[in-house]
Design a protein. Structure first.
Length: 631
């Protein structure tokens, strides 16, 4: 924490402007006027999730102030409206404000997320060389591939409407197409398109298209994706991958209890994948006894509908030229849906619902006519409705960069689980009864999901972003939460150490001096020798993790090596590992821990309950494998 009286509190500034902590935040001194690197940040924020730039503040948070706000404002408007300098002006008058501070005025600039048709936002004349994006470590220059993906998303023609040169009807699995026709007829038996022959119906669905500009005619990307044969899809769309993994086994040596992927035993198109996966996802969900208008028992509950919406949403919004493919995973306590590509609408628009921006409109139409999708932007509402019906925690959406991916998690966990309340009551004692409903929700989220942030609270409450910031900061002031980071990347965790059951004191923040590991966690037995190992080996663990903390990007093999060294002879939780490495806990789990457990290199402390919140990991000792100490 900054101690100087001259230091700015960015949370107070954003809250006073009602802009909220959901915004990313950047400090710039502006001593000589508009700093030149401001425009890189402008581009980066616009191409990511938006943000706020505060001029008159040094990188260390000390206020230097600006001498002539009006002059600076005119200079800014002149440049941002100059198409030779910046590709587009995203700002309105209310997005620039002068903020009074005892040590000098500050200049606040709010930059919204650009829409898909406005991206890429770039500086100079060439998008391939002037486009930036933002991650937790700052602005970075986009690769040509990233820029071309943004340009493709901004095009008026949907990504899946392009004609594939050289592909014909012979590249389709006609059995899949005829099954689709039957499903279409069952859903809407009087639809006039059903009178068409195969090529006619395929044209109506935009699976086969004629281009008015050049007269070309042929199979579209959508047609190949939905009805193609496995080998022809791989030929036409090399990055295509669909993978369903069911992970229900208690035995950590069992990687999955069921899997559906392109193994050559079935035609790996989206129609076949959808039907196989939707049956697996809802196979063990209890069905309520409900009758429809024809007095026939319904085949779906609102939970089934929510799962179906999540699956279709993943398939129709994916960037099939992106990396990683479609990954669907089923766990005992949650469903996870992941697809390549970025969000086409802002986070706030997703939460509001009713807005439909689809990357693959032809696929959306195909799923709609078979009764599996809608075009009203109601998918998130149906997902929430289904989960609310069971009093489960609301779905989580996260966006990742490098590579671009969107991840939805549907947790089948109570909104306020009793076991979580018991842990928090034990931790805080009588003080816990003084927290209000929203504060309890924040604490429970931090307990169950390892951390809570502004974005997650906006998904599970109806509070404004600025009000959530105040709520979380109040919990920090009370010692109930600890803050790490600032702006959009601010995360709040439960304190890792408490002196009594009534007051949490120590912060888990990473800094260059000390790492506060969760050595006094309530999940560990009070006489657990593992705590002693943590205390005795803290400095050594910091030394092992240092290469990861100092470098923003390490090779996958090097990160695995570091994790295995950290966990050698000692149990570490996911949160403890992520703090040592200065990485996101979810990313550490998804990219490393799960695969290391699957490969038998890490073992679980609680193998019979692999998904418990305090799960810990230890390196499996193998005599034939020797790890070199990292220098």
């Amino acid at each position: 924490m900054l101690q100087s009286k001259n230091a700015i509190n960015p949370v107070d500034i954003l809250a006073s402007l009602s802009w909220g902590e959901s915004e990313d935040l950047e400090f710039k001194s502006a001593k000589g006027g508009i700093p030149s690197d401001l425009w890189e940040t402008y581009s980066a924020m616009a191409n990511t999730q938006g943000g706020v730039i505060l001029l008159g503040v040094q990188n260390n948070g000390l206020v230097s102030g600006i001498s002539d706000p009006e002059k600076l404002k005119k200079q800014f408007w002149d440049i941002v409206n100059n198409r030779q300098k910046v590709s587009i002006n995203l700002l309105q008058n209310g997005d620039i404000q002068v903020v009074a501070h005892p040590n000098g005025n500050l200049f606040a600039i709010r930059i919204r997320r650009a829409s898909r048709r406005e991206r890429p936002v770039y500086i100079g004349q060439n998008p391939l060389t002037g486009t930036y994006r933002r991650n937790s470590e700052g602005d970075y220059h986009c690769t040509e591939q990233e820029v071309r993906r943004m340009l493709a998303d901004s095009a008026e023609d949907p990504a899946d409407s392009h004609i594939l040169e050289g592909f014909t009807l012979n590249d389709l699995d006609l059995s899949s197409f005829h099954q689709y026709r039957n499903r279409f007829a069952s859903h809407n038996p009087s639809h006039p398109w059903l009178a068409e022959d195969d090529i006619g119906l395929l044209k109506k669905l935009n699976g086969w298209r004629s281009c008015r500009k050049d007269g070309n005619e042929g199979l579209t990307i959508a047609g190949l994706l939905m009805f193609g044969r496995d080998e022809t899809i791989r030929e036409g769309i090399p990055q295509y991958l669909v993978d369903f993994r069911e992970r229900l086994a208690l035995d950590p040596n069992v990687r999955w209890t069921d899997r559906i992927t392109q193994d050559g035993t079935w035609q790996g198109n989206l129609y076949q994948f959808y039907h196989r996966v939707i049956q697996r996802l809802g196979s063990d969900l209890k069905l309520p006894f409900e009758l429809d208008q024809l007095m026939v028992r319904k085949g779906e509950s609102v939970v089934h509908i929510a799962i179906r919406e999540a699956l279709v949403n993943t398939l129709i919004h994916a960037d099939y030229q992106g990396q990683g493919g479609i990954i669907i995973e089923k766990y005992p306590d949650r469903f996870e849906f992941s697809n390549p590509g970025s969000l086409l609408i802002s986070f706030d628009q997703i939460l509001r619902g009713g807005v439909s921006e689809c990357r693959n409109k032809s696929l959306q139409q195909m799923f709609t006519f078979m009764g599996a999708a809608e075009r009203a932007g109601s998918g998130i509402d149906k997902m929430r409705s289904g989960w609310n019906s069971q009093h489960w925690r609301l779905p989580i959406v996260r966006e990742q960069t490098l590579p671009d991916r969107v991840m939805w998690t549907l947790p089948m966990i109570s909104i306020i689980p009793e076991e979580s309340l018991d842990r928090l009551k034990l931790r805080f004692g009588a003080k816990f009864s003084r927290f209000n409903k929203q504060e309890v929700q924040a604490l429970v989220t931090a307990d169950i999901e390892d951390y809570v942030d502004n974005a997650r609270m906006r998904q599970i409450t109806d509070l404004h972003a600025a009000d959530i910031t105040r709520l979380l900061q109040s919990l920090v002031a009370q010692g109930a939460l600890c803050q790490d980071g600032h702006g959009r990347w601010t995360q709040y965790t439960l304190p890792s150490k408490i002196d009594s059951p009534h007051l949490a004191l120590d912060s888990p923040h990473l800094d260059s001096q000390s790492l506060h590991l969760a050595t006094d966690s309530l999940h560990l037995d009070q006489n657990d020798e593992n705590r002693e190992k943590l205390e005795l080996n803290q400095r050594k663990l910091e030394e092992i993790a240092a290469p990861a903390r100092k470098s923003g990007a390490l090779s996958r093999s090097k990160m695995k090596e570091i994790i295995l060294l950290l966990c050698k002879d000692i149990w570490l939780t996911r949160l403890e590992i992520s703090r040592l490495l200065n990485r996101n806990p979810d990313g550490i789990r998804d990219r490393f821990l799960t695969s290391l457990v699957d490969s038998g290199e890490l073992e679980l402390r609680y193998p019979d309950k692999p998904n418990r919140a305090d799960q810990a990991y230890r390196t499996v000792q193998k005599e034939e494998k020797i790890y070199e100490y990292l220098k």
